[in-house]
Design a binder for this molecule. Sequence first.
Ligand SMILES: Cc1ncc(COP(=O)(O)O)c(C=O)c1O
Length: 366
Amino acid sequence: MIPVTRSFTPPLEEFIPYLEQMWKSKILTNGGPFHEQLEKELCKYLGVKYISLCSNGTLALIVALRTLKITGEVITTPYSFVATTHSLWWNNIKPVFVDIEPKTLNLDPDKIEAAITPKTTAIMPVHVYGNPCDVRRIKKIADTYGLKVIYDAAHTFGVTINNKSILNFGDLSIMSFHATKTYNTFEGGAIVCHDKAIKKRIDNLKNFGFVDETTVVVPGINAKMTEVQAAMGLLQLKYIDKNIEKRKHITEEYRKKLDGVKGLTSLEDVPGVRYCYPYFPIFIDKERYGKTRDELYDELKKHNIFGRRYFYPLISQFPSYSGLESAKPGKMPVAEKFTKQVICLPIYPTLSLQDVNKVCSVIKKN
Ligand SMILES: Cc1ncc(COP(=O)(O)O)c(C=O)c1O
């Protein structure tokens, strides 16, 4: 069976010394030595000024919104994992969905301005599949209208544009280190910021609002990363470059093998961008391919190949959000088209080229 993803686990014997140290020190969480070391090493690896580790990406999003005191309405994309919009709901913020653009499937800057109202306080775009958003144009719009920008960079580990980290754009970026991501700490996440005072506010919010032993300044939450997670993060960092290389190689194989298949398209790399290749989405045009996306998805399953229709349905199509004006059918034609066409094919560092061949031959048999 070929799953859509398989978590990368470093050799177990390399993890044991970290556990031994924890058993000795009895420090398991609350900003212990591994937590501190990982924040430093991630800042260096990612090329960012400040990072606050969190227990997962969803809480990182929720805390990021609280940090900037975002209220009212936030403009966001329907083409993402539900946690992006759920984080707004948890902060009592109204999501306003805006369509995506067809090249990257990210929030379309041309359509943002029309969605701004007096209640809009921020834009929350997603670098979907690790493809950078049009960060310069989004910044220009945000500056013009006095809006904050919080990037959901859950798919974006080590992604750079002209050697500059994508995480340096926007007021804040959040990351996910979930088991299925390019870089994982079992569960985990982080908030990236550019200012010491903001980091202090985040660290305070993620720890119940405590600033010292007896002072609680705000009703914070528990979004702390444990020492076990941080230790896993330190170990994963030793393998990350090799793993990204392997993912790149698999992506190139897919592209080569699927090139010329009628009715099948995939996304292209933009020059100057270093990618982390977290997913390999393909898009099926049923007229030209001769089968619907779902027929191909089922066909792959019959061969024990488990793709994922990621992102389908759109977040705006879930009952929690489908009643919103911005979620109405026909409002986001690009997102509505791609959500019906997408299948993410298996990709993970240990996927063999033989298995890549097998996936491609089922697709091409059609
Ligand atoms: C785009 C996006 N945002 C947020 C999340 C939530 O992250 P986590 O699973 O770490 O809570 C995920 C994934 O899991 C995601 O894909």
